[in-house]
Design a protein around this ligand. Structure first.
Ligand code: TYC
Length: 119
């Protein structure tokens, strides 16, 4: 495929009516696209899931080092909830599935949800 600077397909441009059929003038248009909505993945506290399991989950699925994972786990334990990461919608949904599956498989009631980040 050949790309031309004056292609009417160029995003952000719209062709003016051709003058003699040979040339096309592109007008710059204000960009209207928005950045994607981001989602935070939140772990919820409960009374039964072992702290060590939560730390391992945060390390494994949110790529945190042990110290950071421990700090997040303790925050959840004390505050009732904590953000483990911020992602685009599909990635956040995958994280929720991965954590929920790992918790269910291990027999723990650990809850994980995603929610839109306030903009
Ligand atoms: N509260 C749990 C306990 O005392 C530990 C825990 C931390 C559980 C964070 C869930 O998301 C959680 N064993």
């Amino acid at each position: 495929m050949v790309f031309m600077a004056t292609s009417p397909d160029t995003p952000g441009f719209t062709p003016s009516p051709p003058d003699n059929g040979d040339s096309v003038v592109l007008e710059r248009r204000t960009q209207k696209i928005q950045p994607p909505q981001l989602y935070q993945v939140v772990l919820l506290n409960d009374d039964y899931t072992p702290m060590e399991f939560v730390v391992l989950v945060i390390q494994e699925f949110f790529n945190k080092d042990r110290e950071t994972a421990t700090a997040i786990m303790l925050k959840i334990h004390l505050d009732g909830r904590g953000v483990c990461g911020v992602f685009t919608r599909d990635v956040a949904a995958t994280k929720v599935d991965q954590v929920s599956s790992a918790a269910a498989k291990a027999g723990h009631p650990l809850q994980c949800v995603s929610e839109p980040v306030e903009s």
